[in-house]
Design a protein around this ligand. Structure first.
Ligand code: V55
Ligand code: FE
Length: 481
């Protein structure tokens, strides 16, 4: 029989499934010198494809999760990658073939796995309460051994979690040592329920707020400030009848609105303040902060569908629109439900990140993947949040980067003072590099550049975990306000 992937462009060139579990002890240093204060692990997650699906409609946000770890130790860097052995992965491994259907549509799966979650654990890797988790928003977290990356099993937060799934975009408060997270469609496919959870540093549930969205939309990411949790709900909607008939999990509804729920972190469902806007969308939030009577949310905003592979509710294709870093401003004292929007920076960008110690507070800089060509190349961008000016480090011709990771120089260094870790794809050379860039001077290029002998297949999101946090199980960063 053999393994044959479809001729979907998704699987061509850089997208070719890699399906490789790696262990490289000591990456090759190409140039520069590793800063000697870097000690810890960078965990990331991304999709790969365990088996060909036999369909031609696979999309890039599907595929079985692979966790990746760059370990910075004793002046060198090692790399390891492992599949997440989800229930889905194990069932397919046993059968020796793909059993699960199209993205999130359980009705297109093999009947033998109808009762098994489709969760692929492919979106993010986080660390809290001494545990490493691989996340996908349609399933509970999978716990992994941070040392071996072996899968330990599905995690329900010591039995307290009643939602059937958990977001892949929690916020970790690395100063208060808290996990702030949520689930959407939290009672199952196409349900309107959102639940917000706060967990303490010992994993105990500290707060839980349930409320309902106006429709079962997509809530891929959210944001937090000291007093609020902010949930943008986009008109990419799940229709149970459509998925039962084998249709797509989300359709884009251009005649619907985006909604934003601002939830007091110590409030209840009746304290939620609602705002409403055009049929815009976004995957990812940069940051939010409170100022005077307002909550500000900075995000990579699309004036339409953020996914070109989605169809509209009428089955028409969706138009491409660029992600523009924008600020939405919500006045918490006003009576109406409108909000203001202003662009921050004109260059399309995605995967926005910050010095995460300052999530929820006004920040001076954001770090992004900046898209400047149509040829698949990209660059590292550092955006000045007060002027909108962007500084760029371009990794060179025929190269692209993964989401950057900020690492503070020290637990108490000022905001934005630290390093950026960047995986660089050498698109024509079939391998990846690891660049370490000084966040204070990204235009100077990497202070250290390491080379891998193979590709790191594109990853979505990840987390830096200092060696001390891995050892103690607790986050111990400082915020200098
Ligand atoms: C997104 C990503 C996903 C997903 C749903 O970027 C939405 C948005 C990586 O997987 O399943
Ligand atoms: Fe994401």
């Amino acid at each position: 029989m053999g393994i044959v992937f479809s001729d979907n462009p998704l699987f061509e060139n850089w997208g070719r499934p890699l399906r490789l579990e790696s262990n490289i002890i000591g990456l090759e240093l190409v140039s520069g010198e590793l800063p000697d204060t870097l000690s810890g692990c960078w965990f990331r997650a991304g999709p790969d494809w365990q088996y060909p699906s036999g369909r031609d409609d696979d999309i890039f946000i599907d595929g079985e999760g692979m966790v990746h770890r760059f370990k910075f130790e004793n002046g060198g860097v090692s790399y390891r990658s492992r599949w997440v052995r989800t229930a889905r992965f194990q069932a397919q491994e046993k059968a020796g073939r793909a059993l699960f259907g199209k993205y999130r549509n359980r009705y297109t799966s093999d009947p033998s796995v109808a009762h098994i979650s489709m969760g692929a654990a492919n979106t993010n890797a986080i660390f809290h309460d001494g545990k490493l988790f691989a996340l996908k928003e349609d399933d509970l977290p999978y716990e992994l051994d941070p040392d071996t990356l072996e899968t330990l099993g599905r995690y329900d937060h010591k039995g307290v979690v009643k939602s059937v799934c958990m977001s892949a975009h929690p916020k970790i408060d690395t100063v208060e040592d808290k996990l702030l997270t949520y689930a959407y469609q939290a009672k199952g496919d196409a349900t309107n329920d959102i639940v917000y959870y706060e967990f303490n540093g010992d994993g105990a549930l500290d707060n839980e707020i349930w409320f309902e969205m106006p429709f079962p939309g997509m809530v891929h990411d959210f944001s937090v400030t000291p007093h609020y949790a902010i949930f943008p709900i986009f008109p990419m909607i799940t229709d149970l009848e459509r998925i039962k008939q084998g249709g797509d999990f989300y359709a884009y509804y251009p005649d619907e609105n985006m909604h934003v729920a601002i939830v007091p972190r110590r409030g209840t469902a009746k304290d939620v303040k609602w705002f409403k806007g055009p049929a815009w969308s976004a995957g990812h939030m940069l940051n939010a902060f409170e100022k005077d009577d307002c909550v500000n949310l900075d995000l990579c905003l699309y004036e339409g569908s953020c996914f070109t592979f989605l169809k509209t509710d009428k089955g028409e294709p969706t138009a491409f629109c660029p992600p523009i870093l924008s600020r939405l401003t919500f006045n918490m004292k006003q009576h109406g439900d409108e909000f203001a929007r202003r662009p921050i920076m004109p260059v399309p960008c995605e995967m926005p990140r910050t010095d995460d110690r300052y999530q929820g507070y006004p920040i001076s800089h954001g770090f992004v993947i900046a898209y400047r060509g149509q040829d698949g190349t990209s660059a590292l961008g550092k955006v000045d949040m007060s002027t909108g000016e962007m500084k760029v480090w371009s990794p060179g011709p025929r190269s692209s980067i993964h989401e950057p990771q900020f690492v503070p120089r020290a637990p108490d260094s000022p905001e934005g003072d630290g390093w950026l870790l960047v995986i660089v794809n050498r698109l024509d050379e079939n391998h990846s590099d690891l660049a370490i860039v000084d966040a204070n001077d990204i235009e100077a290029g990497p202070v250290a550049l390491f080379s891998l002998p193979m590709r790191v297949r594109s990853t979505f999101h990840g987390t830096w975990v200092p060696a001390e946090t891995i050892a103690t199980g607790h986050h111990a960063m400082r915020r200098m306000l």
